[in-house]
Design a binder for this molecule. Sequence first.
Ligand code: UT7
Length: 338
Amino acid sequence: MVSVPLYASFRSIGAYVPEKILSNYDLEKMVDTSDEWIIKRTGIKQRHIAATNETTSDMGAKAALLAIERAGISKEEIDLVMCATVTPDYFNMPATACIISDKIGIHNVQAFDISAACSGFVYLLTMAKAFIESGMKKNILVIGAEKFSSIVDYTDRTTCILFGDGAGAAVICASDKKEEGFIDIHASADGSYADFLMTPAPGSVHPVSQKVIDERLNFVQMKGNETFKLAVKTLTKDVQEILEKNSIKASDIPHFIPHQANYRIIKAVGDALGMREDQVVLTVHKYGNTSAASIPMAINDLYQSGKLQTGELMLLDTFGGGLTWASALLPFCGKTHS
Ligand code: UT7
């Protein structure tokens, strides 16, 4: 019997944004900063923050349900659940993907988390592609969800202005149509820059202790300026490589969806690639940096605006703690939002 090649098809997108807004003016009252500084240096005007009793899995579950509904399949057809997060419900176990599966009524399927910070969602797409092309899975739920506010130090003005909470999810299905498959995807990492962006505790290096609390090691720490420069360089190079490899011109990409960390990074990368403003999806002004949720939340915004049409090409590009980075070139295979 001749086996038919299988292709991973990006079938649907969903997202959840928590209700509460933390504006730059709110932050002015918390740390020594200003709305003017934050907008000028980052482009961020506000970010959404989860309620105290709202967890990463709560947000992930809401995004996931929407993505499944939009995929037009039943929950029973999902055969793998993967969640990318650095702010899991529990730091060690169980995995947030297991909790999300239970919350949305998916039982007895493989479920696990990955940790690749802001690159997590695109990392998951590389895995979804491999699972589908190997014939192991057919309908995969991929989720990027973060309650980043749970690791943000709201006394540190260099980080607390940047991050927000939220979740995004997509359903990736097996297809026998080549034109529905990912064109290309690439992910990489360099651990020698681990200390550029990290949460030192809790972990095996610093298990929970009084020292962790006293030295605030449970909060995110970032070498902002160094990370910024590397982000611009890496994001640009990554896109140039994937476009060149596939003989596609930057000007022919309808939707460039970069990680939403800082408007200045997005602008520098877009300019270096010669992208027009209408090609670049921007959400950083209203959500801030939502880490692994950033790219699926941005895709969802584009989708809900009605601008993401069936069959149109998306170029994803991301960079984050690890350091990790990834890019993907793939068509949107869901129905256009009406
Ligand atoms: O998602 C993963 C990837 N993450 C990123 O790519 C984030 C990368 N980094 C950034 O977005 C930017 O580096 C920041 C927004 C974090 C900082 O912007 P910057 O232009 O790199 O500023 P800087 O760190 O060089 O600091 C410039 C000045 C400093 O004051 P002095 O030393 O010049 O007197 C800071 O203390 O700005 C000061 N500063 C602030 N002032 C007002 C830093 N944070 C603030 C603040 N409000 N919130």
